[in-house]
Design a protein around this ligand. Structure first.
Ligand SMILES: *Cc1c(COP(=O)(O)O)cnc(C)c1O
Length: 393
């Protein structure tokens, strides 16, 4: 599959201009293909489609023009050979693991991963005889020690949720190459416009498109992109198990990619302003943002990220009670489970997204009782800052 309409165009332009062929109506914007299946004129073409001898669409669980357009744009943005789009981010994580791991395999997983990913790996993979070792994000010796003869895949997120730890992708890429492991990176927090794991040797990238990619809090979606041979396995697994993305959501997400670059620029600018303002407040003990110089992995962040992203986290003095009081005092910011929206969102990971972890597991990945995560939106920066400040006062 060629993902590029013109090799000379920048991926940002391609994310705007890639389009499936127009119909006879010559519509400018891509229409919505709400159809479960596709018809054939000749029995032979249909036979060949089922035998994978042509690229014809058969059934929307396998492929659909709207879904293809979204996949092509994401492949260009990530620099990937191929991709498969899914109904949610978790379906992408699920497919990337279940399609490629089998009984007896060993997975090495970064200890701070998205809550549902943690549950999937600890509660469900073992039922199928796949064991996982969790390793602290930046403990390089521990990564080396955990490799076994049956190790097959490394799964990591950077920046991590919600602690915003940064893992050195160049190091991780070399580590996986040396040990012949599949490197699978959840690039949800950064997006390909901020960081491209494939440049450092990642084999697979998974995304929750629900977050910055939609960016407007409307639809759920996910995608896996990467090496063509691995995506082929994921496609065969998925077309027979059914986690496919709906055409409508794909249409929304493909449109969303046209504005991803401008949206992210403002998200990142606003996030930096919020981080700097938080540092000045007496009721805040610790502010974490990848592009603040006192971030523990600031140098790595600067090396592999083009901007700091839209998430800021901080510790409210006074622990769990003060953390909840902060949320209750907010007048504009939303208290909701999403992130990566035009609207700024505040959340308290210890009592929500990471409540299924034990207290000990939470503390080991830095989720302290007073930790607050802000997904900085596109509102006027002073309005966001004023709301946060009055809630802290
Ligand atoms: C939200 C999220 C997911 C899961 O995505 P859904 O679309 O909610 O299924 C996976 N990884 C990260 C980092 C996320 O933030």
């Amino acid at each position: 599959m060629s993902n590029s309409i013109n090799n000379k165009l920048n991926p940002i332009t391609e994310a705007i201009r890639i389009q499936i062929p127009r119909t006879n109506e010559q519509e400018h914007s891509t229409p919505l293909y709400l159809t479960s299946s596709f018809r054939f004129d000749e029995a032979e073409t249909m036979r060949a489609a089922f035998a994978d001898e042509n690229d014809e669409n058969i059934y929307s669980r396998f492929s659909n023009p709207n879904v293809d357009e979204f996949i092509k744009k994401m492949c260009v943005l990530e620099g990937a050979e191929a991709g498969f789009a899914t109904a949610t981010g978790m379906a992408a994580v699920f497919a990337s693991m279940f399609a490629l791991l089998k009984q007896g395999d060993h997975l090495i997983c970064c200890s701070s991963v998205f809550g549902s990913t943690h549950t999937m790996v600890t509660k469900f993979l073992p039922r199928y005889g796949i064991e996982t070792t969790f390793v602290a994000a930046n403990d390089k010796d521990a990564w080396e020690k955990t490799v076994k003869t049956n190790s097959k895949m490394v799964y990591l997120e950077t920046p991590t949720n919600p602690q915003l730890e940064i893992i050195d992708l160049e190091w991780a890429g070399n580590f996986c190459k040396q040990h012949n492991l599949i490197l699978n990176v959840d690039n949800c927090f950064a997006t390909p416009l901020i960081q491209k794991p494939i440049d450092y040797g990642a084999d697979l990238i998974v995304h929750s498109a629900t977050k910055w990619i939609d960016g407007q809090g409307r639809v759920l979606g996910g995608i896996v992109v990467g090496k063509a041979d691995l995506i082929k396995e994921i496609f065969m697994f998925s077309r027979n198990t059914g986690p496919s993305l709906s055409p409508f959501n794909a249409w929304v997400l493909s449109k969303s990619l046209e504005t991803l670059d401008v949206r992210l620029q403002r998200h990142c600018e606003n996030a930096m302003k919020v981080a700097l303002a938080l540092k000045q407040h007496k009721n805040v003990s610790r502010v974490k943002y990848p592009f603040l110089e006192d971030h523990p992995q600031y140098a790595i962040a600067k090396k592999q990220m083009k901007a700091g992203g839209g998430i800021v986290c901080f510790e409210v003095n006074g622990g769990i009670e003060k953390g909840r009081r902060f949320l209750n005092n907010l007048k504009m910011l939303s208290m909701t489970a999403n992130l990566g929206d035009t609207r700024s969102i505040a959340s308290h990971p210890a009592s929500t997204t990471h409540s299924k972890l034990s207290e000990e597991e939470r503390l080991s990945v830095g989720i302290t009782p007073g930790l607050i995560r802000i997904s900085v939106g596109l509102e006027y920066a002073d309005d966001i800052i004023n709301d946060v400040m009055q809630a802290l006062d």
